[in-house]
Design a protein around this ligand. Structure first.
Ligand code: AMP
Ligand code: GLY
Length: 424
């Protein structure tokens, strides 16, 4: 069968690479893809928001399964649009994607389902939010824009002044446009973060191995927040007992509550968790594979991913045997452009990719790259996701950084401490 993957980042490269390994798959297309997906699959020049073109392409090229990578098209209803045309798609419909696309919806659902999460209030105008902040004790607090804001709509504030400033930016200056029509203000949680992803067909939940992202730009978790500077899997912070607890108290009630709300969830449910002294609490839900968590996860997954995705789409996850994993941990280091997450330049030729590709147990997934004049050049902030397996987390880290050292371009940088949190 032919498979179409929608998106063009490191997550989509990992999906294309893994899906291409399935004996059941003929051609793998990626829309629009990057220079890496062009090597492991076939790129098609259609953007992720061009639904009519994507549907036409899928019909004309005998695509029997479409996998949607990013949240934007999911929230805009691509799954509903493709299903209406009789196409098979992996991902939640628009109503279920609200779980990520609206933080107000997510928080209310969590409260209704008794899933542990930070205490919160919602506001539909900035003046009321300001009054609320002025009337309450000065303490750390988090201000969130309701809608999708490319990961930037969450502002963690040390105190009232910063929170007031955040409310003004989101609610009055409209820094994130309509995403800021409503606001969530919640208590700040402390602890380490973990990502627990699960596949669900709305009835059965298949939990994947826990992973951990590194959101701040610089070593020691300092500097501005980014889309993620690296990840590793498994995350020892979430042991088997904790993972079962998360299944029972977080994932199961969420999937049930979604069903009761008439928004049955099918796809990847990604719980972003804070491991607090009172136990795990949900920071947010995403309705897709995490980027970069997907890269180390898929490096370790031995089960045929296509079988897993099809069982999810067809509602027969209960018939699937246990997942098989490579017992070796995987570490993924993001190589970024100078200036990211602020402004940066692109078009710099990348050298050393062939050398890195020769290393054992290493896969360099591309994120912001493209081909220009026969060369691979930078085309984004997060450029490459250098991912490696190893006999231990420390060994996987060593393998990943050995590959990183082979690769060069003007302004390339990365965090040097990816996975260290697992080692302390
Ligand atoms: P989100 O977009 O909701 O994933 O939030 C992005 C990041 O903001 C999370 O990964 C956390 O690092 C941080 N964050 C969100 N909510 C809270 C909270 N209640 N307490 C502390 N940090 C938070
Ligand atoms: N790694 C964070 C995300 O995918 O949202």
């Amino acid at each position: 069968m032919n498979v179409l993957i929608i998106g063009g980042g490191g997550r989509e490269h990992a999906l294309a690479w893994k899906i291409g390994q399935s004996s059941r798959v003929g051609r793998v297309f990626v829309a629009p893809g990057n220079a890496g997906t062009a090597m492991d699959a076939e790129n098609i020049n259609i953007a992720a928001d061009e639904f009519a073109e994507l549907i036409n392409f899928a019909k004309q090229n005998k695509v029997e399964l479409t996998v949607v990578g990013p949240e934007g098209p999911l929230a805009a209803g691509i799954v509903d649009a493709m299903e209406q045309e009789g196409l098979r798609v992996f991902g939640p419909g628009k109503a279920a994607a609200e779980l990520e696309a609206s933080k107000v919806f997510c928080k209310n659902l969590l409260r209704g389902a008794d899933v542990p999460s930070a205490d919160y209030q919602t506001f539909d105008d900035a003046d009321r939010a300001i009054k609320f902040l002025e009337d309450r004790e000065d303490m750390p607090i988090v201000v969130k824009a309701d809608g999708l804001a490319a990961g930037k709509g969450v502002i963690v504030c040390p105190g009232r002044d910063e929170a007031l400033e955040a409310v003004r930016r989101i609610g009055q200056e409209r820094a994130f446009g309509a995403a800021g029509d409503r606001l969530v203000i919640e208590e700040r949680l402390d602890g380490q973060e973990a990502s627990v992803l699960a596949l669900t067909d709305g009835k059965t939940i298949v939990t994947l191995q826990p992973a951990q992202d590194h959101k701040p730009a610089h070593d020691g978790d300092t500097g501005p927040n980014t889309g993620g500077m690296g990840a590793y899997c498994p995350a020892p912070l979430v042991d088997d007992e904790t993972l079962h607890w998360i299944e029972e108290h977080v994932l199961v009630p969420t999937v049930h509550a979604m069903k009761r709300a008439g928004r049955s969830f099918r796809g990847v449910l990604y719980a972003g968790l804070m491991m607090t002294y009172q136990g795990p609490k949900v920071l947010e839900y995403n309705v897709r594979f995490g980027d970069p968590e997907c890269q180390p996860l898929l490096m370790r997954l031995k089960t045929d991913l296509v079988e897993l995705l099809e069982a999810t789409v067809e509602g027969r996850l209960d018939k699937l045997g246990p997942l098989e994993w490579d017992p070796r941990p995987a570490v993924c280091v993001v190589m970024a452009s100078e200036g990211y997450p602020g402004s940066y330049t692109t078009g710099h030729p990348i050298r050393g990719l062939d050398e890195a590709a020769k290393l054992p147990d290493v896969k360099v997934f591309h994120a912001g790259t493209k081909k220009a004049d026969g060369r691979v050049v930078t085309a984004g902030g997060r450029v490459l996701n250098v991912t490696a397996l190893g006999s231990s987390i420390a060994n996987a880290k060593l393998n990943a950084y050995t590959a990183v050292k082979c690769i060069r371009w003007d302004g390339a940088w990365c965090r040097k401490d990816i996975s260290d949190k697992a080692l302390v």
